[in-house]
Design a protein around this ligand. Sequence first.
Ligand SMILES: Nc1ncnc2c1ncn2[C@@H]1O[C@H](COP(=O)(O)OP(=O)(O)OP(=O)(O)O)[C@@H](O)[C@H]1O
Ligand SMILES: [Mg+2]
Length: 340
Amino acid sequence: MNTIDYDELDDNELVRLHLAKGIRPQRFSSRSPKKVAAPLREFINTQDDTRDTFKFTYKAARFEEGWLLDSLGEFYEHKWISDVLRRVKGGKEASVYLCRAGTEVNADLIAAKVYRPRSLRNLKNDHAYREGRGNLDSEGKTVLDGGMQHAMAKRTEYGKGLLHQSWIAYEFTSMQSLYAAGADVPQPYEMAGNAILMGYIGDIDSSAPTLSEISLEKDEAQGLFDRVLRNIDTLLAHECIHGDLSAYNILFWEGDITFIDFPQVISPKINRNAFNIFQRDITRVCEYFFKQGIKANARKIAIDLWTAHGYRANPEVDIRLLDADDPKDRALWQKQKSGH
Ligand SMILES: Nc1ncnc2c1ncn2[C@@H]1O[C@H](COP(=O)(O)OP(=O)(O)OP(=O)(O)O)[C@@H](O)[C@H]1O
Ligand SMILES: [Mg+2]
């Protein structure tokens, strides 16, 4: 079985890898990779090596296997998963795997979202989302430590690792509060390092498609559209805007929808781009449902929801919104669509 050879990693790589796994240098006396590497190597040697015992059904490529052993080892150790069955999808930011749940989890199947190493990450305009948003540590708590904040502000290697961790923590903690609020999101189970365990939508043979992958009957479309808007409303009621909502991040299974993919959530109270991002979410949803025969005025829906929750609508909207009732907008939308 292919595993990472820690002795071959240089000090920087070793520390970065262990940051991604949630092993933070504060447990050691310093944050400098040079000073941390030696005690970290000692620490690794004292750990039970799950990588020798964790064998899974999924036939991963060599690099992927080492990466999975490292990313999911802790879940296996705690009996949250017992096997990795297959890769559901490899996305831009992360890959999602179907796992057999372990004895500590009350489910049969479970999904593991494993984030790519941060070097491969390409989150466009991340500053628009991070605006006003504090950073979270690997336990989902706001980072208050001055040294850590400094490292993030200065974008040191250590700081970039912390920022990456913060995205993952936002995804997990948002899912926790939204699940508790009754929104249609997968049940979040655990977060460790660069991976999140959550409820799996689908069955053993096939995973739930995204709305973008299917067409709906018009009768069904109206009900689902209402359901999507109810969820957007629930999110807003809990001071949360998805930030990347579209038919690509909504799963459909047995007549129900599930919102997924939350790392870029923003707060309507804190982020100054909130209204624009909120409108864009709604516009994308309306675009999909327009194709399914549902006419809706995205701008009106956005403003109505926004003001219903007591927020002030921003009159300087700089995002071009498409109005499904406007023939010019429909023509523009067709043009944009064929341009893809
Ligand atoms: N809980 C789940 N149950 C079943 N399938 C899931 C689940 N979560 C995610 N998936 C599948 O994995 C894909 C990628 O997940 P997600 O959108 O969260 O990650 P991503 O890396 O941001 O992907 P992308 O960049 O393509 O949007 C989804 O499109 C969906 O097909
Ligand atoms: Mg996605």
